[in-house]
Design a protein around this ligand. Structure first.
Ligand code: G6P
Length: 463
């Protein structure tokens, strides 16, 4: 393979997915997800070669042909078998590392670092090694590699060792945890994890809070100071505007308008994800309806929560709990002609954007979140001077917290009170806050974020 890529991106999920056409040939389609959306504009402008996991049979077949150019992206598929993907992605990345950095351990039961887990850890290392080797073979002399997220946490050091000439930076889209939370990981794995990240160029985070926690972990466990940088991510505003202007989004907005009528609307848009704190959001809404009889029949909560990581028992159980709770709240308060919570499990992007255009209150209450792009997208497209109720533990709080109603995401009563305050807010204050949010958000875009990663790697940003 030619070592000709001046800039590479490495991430688990890539910008393309493959599906079979009726004539049997493979068609590349643009994939979604916050990480891919934010990286897209920079990747396209830089002509970056994007290494990403190929896991489905169709992806694997496309991978056999080598590099794929489609939809304005250049992709280098890294083929992973089903068993190894389960070990690397489900067991280690999502069941272990994700829970660790979000502080979500259910310690009396999990994690269980048994022999099965250690085998999965070996597979995690092998898969990270495969990404590092693929990048080492494709990167031009002195080229730049931007390694994305916890799934590839061991790649930075591996790649720096394979290609000392390469400029490497990594970026974590997650939060980072304190040393005490990290101490749940077995010593050997914790040290390999920290060294894997810190040993290959600077490590970027969306918030100085996560960068500080990461350095504290490295100080304590590696006895060495890690180099970090902070660069809050941004959404692809052009793409968002294009969706907003689409006929499909208009149709979805009309449908929502007829379902909601002239009632006030609370919206959330999330994956069904434990860290998003979906249950406490509904408990808060339940409390709101209990405390405020005047709001019964007058407010609708549209929850666009779509399935995620469905292969994990924790996520299946959580999705079930969400559904049961919604059914309970709707049965408790619903009246003919008024369903308090509209639960929408379809991952329908134009519909989610329509909900963001229409909300009066946007609820973003994660227990911990690397950034939270929805809190950035909502105010950019909202047409009603909607108020954002925002968890203090979301990375985006650093940038926009002052213009939102801040909540401790664990405090259900406080969340209910914030929802009430948002619904009661006078138009002048709503307008003022919405304007301030737009101003902050307009000042930063996805290309700047990408350039800051290039600059951190030492690759400089194109003029
Ligand atoms: C979100 C998180 C990222 C994570 C991604 C993976 O975007 O912010 O940190 O890499 O989800 O999601 P997936 O569905 O691929 O597991």
């Amino acid at each position: 393979m030619d070592a000709d890529a001046e800039v590479m991106i490495l991430s688990n999920r890539g910008p393309l997915g493959f599906a079979r056409r009726a004539d049997g040939t493979l068609e590349a389609r643009r994939g979604g997800g916050g990480l891919v959306v934010s990286l897209g504009p920079g990747a396209q402008r830089a002509g970056a070669l994007w290494a990403a996991a190929a896991t489905t049979p169709d992806d694997q077949e496309a991978a056999r042909a080598g590099r794929v150019d489609a939809e304005g992206f250049r992709v280098l598929p890294v083929a992973l078998g089903a068993e190894e993907y389960r070990a690397y992605y489900d067991v280690v990345a999502n069941q272990t590392l994700w829970f660790c950095v979000h502080g979500m351990w259910d310690l009396p039961r999990r994690p269980r670092f048994d022999r099965h887990w250690w085998k999965a850890w070996e597979t995690f290392k092998e898969v990270n090694g495969r990404f590092a080797s693929a990048a080492a073979a494709a990167l031009a002399p002195g080229g730049t590699a931007l390694v994305q997220d916890y799934q590839l946490a061991l790649v930075p050091k591996m790649l720096a060792e394979l290609r000392p000439d390469a400029k490497v930076a990594s970026f974590l889209h997650t939060p980072w945890c304190c040393p005490q939370e990290l101490a749940v990981l077995p010593d050997e794995a914790a040290v390999e994890l920290l060294a894997g990240l810190a040993g290959g160029g600077p490590v970027g985070f969306h918030s100085p809070r996560w960068a500080g926690s990461f350095r504290a972990c490295c100080d304590e466990r590696l006895g060495a100071t890690a180099t970090t940088f902070v660069s809050p991510g941004a959404t692809d505003a052009d793409d968002l505007r294009a969706v907003t202007a689409s006929a499909e989004c208009r149709r979805e907005l009309d449908d929502l308008a007829s379902a909601v009528g002239d009632r006030r609307l609370i919206v959330r848009v999330d994956r069904i994800e434990l860290s998003k704190n979906v249950l406490r959001g509904f408990w808060a809404f339940d409390d709101l309806l209990e405390q405020r009889p005047d709001l019964r029949g007058e407010v609708v909560f549209a929850a666009m929560v779509y399935p995620s990581r469905a292969g994990l028992a924790e996520y299946q159980a959580y999705a079930q709990e969400v559904q049961t709770l919604v059914a309970h709240i709707n049965a408790r308060w619903g009246q003919p002609g008024w369903t308090p919570i509209l639960l929408d499990p379809d991952d329908n992007h134009p519909r989610s954007v329509a909900a963001l255009r229409r909300y009066d209150v946007l609820l973003v209450n994660p227990i911990r979140d690397g950034l939270n792009l929805v809190a950035k997208e909502g105010p950019l497209v909202n047409e009603r001077d909607g108020v954002v109720v925002l968890s203090r533990h979301a990375g985006v709080f650093d940038e926009i917290g002052g213009h939102t109603l801040a909540v401790n995401p664990f405090d259900v009563r406080a969340t209910a009170d914030a929802l009430a305050r948002a619904l009661d807010m006078v138009p002048a204050e709503r307008a003022e806050r919405a304007e301030a949010l737009r101003k902050v958000l307009d000042a930063r875009n996805a290309l700047q974020w990408f350039d800051e990663q290039l600059a951190a790697a030492g690759g400089g940003a194109p003029a």
